[in-house]
Design a protein around this ligand. Structure first.
Ligand code: SAM
Length: 283
């Protein structure tokens, strides 16, 4: 997924404004990062006649800044672009699972996918594991995942129900999530994952460390301009962290044996992920 934060310019400001118009109506209450969390998003997908569900799920995904990219920034993304983007997600997520996650999965493992989105990674991981518990904060994203990437051994659950799965998982992974979370939310997310893992269970978390062209949470909070404040309030958050900060968050949540590995050495996927890092640690 493409999520680098670029410098502001007039055309970028216009693009951001168009994004806000497109993304905010489907946003859930409570957290600015709950895209597709609006009450009607899940309802629309669940109540749709079965033959329309896949198309509606892809259309819904285009109302989030996470999954579908239209180079022309159109609010009504053409159907061909939706299909192409779905395929791009499927191919890149499949490759990441094969290159990075699969070597750590044994056939009897229970695996957690934290921040699963529409489930393109979960459905691949489920081919090699006993079962995948795929969690997300967004009810709309989870509804899309059930339609687009359902499988008998995947449970798509809201993170607020994660406490029901104490100590059940052998492995947890999380991709393209940590950089969108503020420190306080990431700390809570790490605690949730730690709670779901059995003692000695492993976490593989994709993180942005000292990202070139990225700003930290403190930098964003320090930006008091109107556009900076609007972006932080309503847009997609993208934060880089120092290795020390990331380590202290992971260790504060109870993880040990933490180390960072450059993802470039693990996967050749055509995605920003390949320029970032993997945090590997144990519960
Ligand atoms: C860029 S998407 C990544 C989806 C998937 N991991 C992938 O790589 O295809 C980020 C996902 O994180 C989810 N998310 C955001 N905040 C979250 C939180 N606090 N807890 C769990 N998931 C969260 C979003 O709803 C979104 O689906």
């Amino acid at each position: 997924m493409r999520m680098q934060c670029k410098a502001w310019s007039p055309s970028r400001v216009l693009k951001e404004l168009k994004s806000l118009l497109r993304y905010t109506p489907a946003m859930g209450w409570g957290t600015s990062q709950n895209f597709l969390g609006a009450w009607w998003a899940r309802l629309l997908i669940d109540r749709a006649p079965a033959i329309y569900r896949e198309g509606i799920a892809l259309r819904m995904l285009s109302l989030s800044p996470h999954y579908i990219f239209d180079k022309d920034g159109r609010v009504w993304v053409p159907g061909g672009v939706l299909q192409k983007e779905a395929q791009r997600n499927r191919v890149s997520r499949r490759q990441i699972v094969h290159d990075v996650i699969r070597p750590h999965i044994s056939p009897g493992d229970v695996v957690v996918d934290y921040g699963c989105g529409p489930g393109y990674m979960a459905v691949e991981a489920a081919l090699f594991a006993k079962c995948v518990i795929a969690c997300d904060v967004s009810e709309g994203a989870l509804a899309c995942a059930r339609v687009l990437n359902g499988a008998p051994n995947i449970r798509y659950v809201n993170v607020i129900r994660a406490s029901e799965y104490e100590g059940v998982a052998d492995l947890a992974y999380s991709f393209a999530v940590a950089q969108h979370l503020r420190d306080a939310v990431l700390s809570e997310a790490l605690r949730t994952v730690h709670h779901m893992l059995r003692p000695g269970g492993r976490l593989l978390m994709h993180v942005v460390i000292n990202g070139v062209g990225w700003k930290s949470e403190a930098d964003w909070l320090g930006d008091t301009s109107l556009r900076g404040r609007v972006k932080l309030r309503c847009g997609l958050d993208c934060f880089s962290r120092s290795p020390e900060r990331m380590l202290s968050l992971a260790e504060g949540a109870g993880f040990s044996h933490c180390r960072f590995l450059p993802l470039a050495g693990l996967t050749s996927v055509h995605d920003d992920v390949a320029h970032q890092h993997l945090l590997y640690c144990q519960a």
